[in-house]
Design a protein around this ligand. Structure first.
Ligand code: FAD
Ligand code: NAP
Length: 469
């Protein structure tokens, strides 16, 4: 029995009423909520349960390996996990090892922060062709997500395309186009590094269904792409007709981003010779109509429809797009679908909205089955799969505040058993914080041997073995 569990058992036996909170999902939303709950409530115990044996969600498995500074939030989360009134229990999947009613039975409050585990699909012909890959899986592959470690990625064709123009799309573009010497110093997985070292991809299309004024990526990420060694970003002049005329009227972040695109377009025009070996081609107002594949179901190209914009609201971001009948064919051997993530339901009583998120009011789950009453949601599961860590933090703090209000009214309700009771029904090998620390140490040591900050273990069984060693 761990020290924290022992301490909890002692409190239960002495009759002290300690509200028990369970948080499902050890990503930023889970940790930020735990931080706020334990700061505001003098008397509470928080258990964070997590599907994987390791914590941190998309900080470990989403954030690009060449952005190590973003991962510094892990230090804050580690402090939270080491508090006496917080416990981490990994290798427990909600919906498989434990059900929502079982959690409700054993905890005073349950907060769901299990993120968005699937990706949106285009729903077009041949989307299952070989080498049409979800950016979500590609990211998991280079970041060491166990379920994506065996992803088949064929990088033997010189032309590839990314569908979507968000920051995930730019992360993926950077990984595909960066000089290998730059990324080999990161914690990218060895299998991805080996494949990228042999990659033949030289031309990468970044395809947006709307125009330059509607791109979803942000200025910092674009600037990084424009500065990349041995890579040119080639814009199509025709996509920018009329754009310069409206720049002055745009809100500041959109204005600066658009100015940067226009500046880069002008610089390209002045360039006499392009000696770079790789090229990123952002193209706009194009929607994929179907993927073209050969008789072996191998991707050969994408049929694109030309779009035109129409006014939907007062801001340029709100303009919609419709397809015209104009078509064009883009030859390519790899297509990465990067049009967003979506959440999944883990209980038949928990319905999701069409946008792929749980309906809620300030974090209180609405429309759930009565047996799931008094549950909360935060992070991407409650907001939809948008926003950076800072947005997720703001949302998690707000939901934790809501929970504090409700928990402070609990006094006369029956005491809950918390993890002591839950453990009786769990059949799997639980990895606690001490176990994670062993995995962490092992990965750091393996990384050191090859000049990387860490070499991630990509296999759940191996993680569990090290945690129990
Ligand atoms: P997640 O981080 O996804 O955490 C959810 C956790 O729940 C995971 O640990 C998961 O394993 C666990 N889980 C899932 N299902 C279950 C289950 N059934 N039972 C138990 N546990 C479960 N933001 C930035 O600020 N900077 C960046 O550079 C940046 N890069 C990004 C790169 C990518 C590819 C993506 C997709 C996002 C990026 N973001 C970035 C956004 C940031 O990652 C999110 O804002 C944040 O991670 C959302 O936090 P969350 O806790 O809601 O979800
Ligand atoms: P996103 O920002 O929502 O971008 C999705 C892109 O896909 C948009 O260009 C969107 O176009 C397009 N799209 C959606 N549906 C489509 C369809 N049916 N057909 C064609 N195109 C379609 O999503 P994301 O890139 O997955 O990022 C998710 C969140 O994580 C964002 O908030 C992002 O900022 C954050 N993130 C941050 C970083 C970072 O800070 N470095 C890195 C990665 C992710 P429309 O605009 O027309 O819908």
């Amino acid at each position: 029995m761990s020290n924290k569990l022992r301490m909890f058992s002692r409190m239960m036996s002495t009759g002290t009423r300690v509200p028990q909170v369970c948080i499902v999902g050890a990503g930023p939303a889970g940790f930020y909520a735990a931080m706020r709950l334990t700061k505001k409530l003098a008397n509470v115990h928080v258990d964070i349960i997590e599907k994987l044996p390791v914590p941190f969600g998309l900080i470990r498995y989403g954030v690009a390996p060449d952005h190590p500074e973003v991962k510094n939030v892990i230090n804050q989360f580690t402090k939270v996990a080491q508090q006496d009134n917080v416990s981490f229990y990994g290798n427990i999947t909600l919906g498989k090892d434990v059900s929502l009613p079982q959690l409700r039975q054993n905890y005073d409050a349950v907060l769901l922060t299990y993120g968005a585990e699937e990706d949106k699909v285009l729903g077009i012909q041949n989307e299952d062709a070989n080498n049409v890959i979800a950016a979500r899986n590609f990211v998991g592959w280079y970041n060491g997500l166990p379920s994506d470690k065996d992803l088949q990625v064929d990088l033997s064709n010189d032309t590839a395309a990314i569908l979507g123009q968000g920051n995930v799309a730019l992360d993926v573009a950077r990984i595909l186009l960066s000089p290998i010497d730059e990324i080999k110093k990161t914690d990218i997985t060895q299998h991805a590094l080996d494949a990228l070292a042999e990659s033949k991809v030289r031309n990468l299309y970044l395809i947006g269904r709307r125009g330059p004024l509607q791109v979803a990526f942000t200025i910092k990420e674009l600037r990084e792409q424009l500065k990349m060694k041995d890579c040119s970003t080639i814009w199509r002049e025709s996509d920018f007709i009329g754009v310069a005329d409206v720049v002055a009227s745009l809100p500041r972040p959109r204005k600066r981003l658009t100015e940067l695109m226009l500046k880069s377009l002008e610089e390209n025009k002045l360039k006499k010779e392009d000696t770079n070996s790789k090229r990123l081609y952002p193209i706009f107002l194009r929607s994929p109509n179907k993927f073209i594949s050969d008789k072996d179901n191998v991707l050969k190209g994408i049929e694109l429809f030309e779009n035109r914009l129409y006014v939907k609201g007062p801001n340029v971001e709100e303009q919609g797009c419709v397809s015209t009948n104009e078509k064009e064919l883009l030859d390519c051997g790899l297509a990465l679908r990067s049009i967003g993530y979506k959440s999944v339901s883990v209980d038949e009583g928990l319905e999701l909205l069409p946008q792929g998120m749980v309906n809620n009011d300030k974090g209180r789950i609405l429309d759930a089955h009565p047996r799931l009453a008094k549950m909360y949601v935060a992070g991407w599961l409650g907001t939809g799969p948008v926003g950076v860590i800072l947005h997720t933090m703001g949302n998690a703090f707000q939901v934790a505040n809501t929970m504090c209000e409700d928990i402070s009214k609990l006094e006369n309700s029956r005491a809950r058993g918390g993890f002591v009771e839950l453990k009786r029904i769990l059949r799997n090998e639980i990895v606690d914080w001490e176990g994670w620390k062993k995995i962490d140490q092992y990965e750091l040591e393996q990384g050191k041997k090859v000049g990387k900050p860490r070499e991630k273990i990509c296999d759940v069984a191996k993680m569990v073995e090290i945690a129990y060693s």
